[in-house]
Design a protein around this ligand. Sequence first.
Ligand SMILES: [Zn+2]
Ligand SMILES: [Zn+2]
Length: 278
Amino acid sequence: MQVYKLKSVILVSIFAILFILSATAIPQEIAVEPNSDSNDLSLTIVYDNNPYGKNLETRWGFSCYVKGTEKTILFDVGGESSVLLANMRKLGIDPKTVDIIVLSHIHHDHIGGLNDFLKVNPEVTVLLPRSLPQSVKDIVNKAGAKLVEVHKSIKMCKDVYSTGQLGTFIKEQSLIIKTSKGLVVITGCAHPGIVNIVKKAKEMLKTDVYLTLGGFHLCWMNPRQIRRIVDGVKEQGVKKVAPCHCSGDLARKLFEKTYGKNFILSGAGRKITIRNAF
Ligand SMILES: [Zn+2]
Ligand SMILES: [Zn+2]
């Protein structure tokens, strides 16, 4: 009888151990499952006046969705929230996945979509230039989102930085992502000058620039001025360029001529993926 009881106890114990092992094995398997995208950085232009993706709306302005970094970032929110949210939906991007919103500068075509975006996802931290008017800061506070006023250059999360407010008349911050290939610099309008922004990024992180993407603010400049800036960007050693928004067609052509295959044609819906970025 005693032996029978002992056998039962051992058997029950074995089953219990097996059950525990099988239960703990499930999450472990999920955790170690290789994810080919885990080390990639993707930059999707969700709002731009230049067309690129089919069925996407174009409006004057800019917004870029950054995924693959520790926090998912929306850099600028365009001028019209309806266009921003519709484009995100068509691109299969859930606004609720955004952790941080970065506003580059005061112009409406970069911040106009803020109020309605925060209605969809208020669980974000909004980093904006300290110089922005109180009315914009109030939008963030009223929505219950976290507000961070940027003055000097700061680190937002692992490998992601703001240049801090640059420029004198129109103050603007740009986004810097440190990747294994070099820095990725994203600009809203580049009012402080695209060459100055690139120099600042290099100075800050002591790393060369791999890619510059966004508005370069060259659409009102004459060919000679544009030429000088294209050369300036090239001289700074920027490897790839993706000028959109306020860069202008002429500047885009001249960049394409100078950069060849390292020129990336961009517009609403353009997704740039950098493999093994970290
Ligand atoms: Zn703009
Ligand atoms: Zn602007």
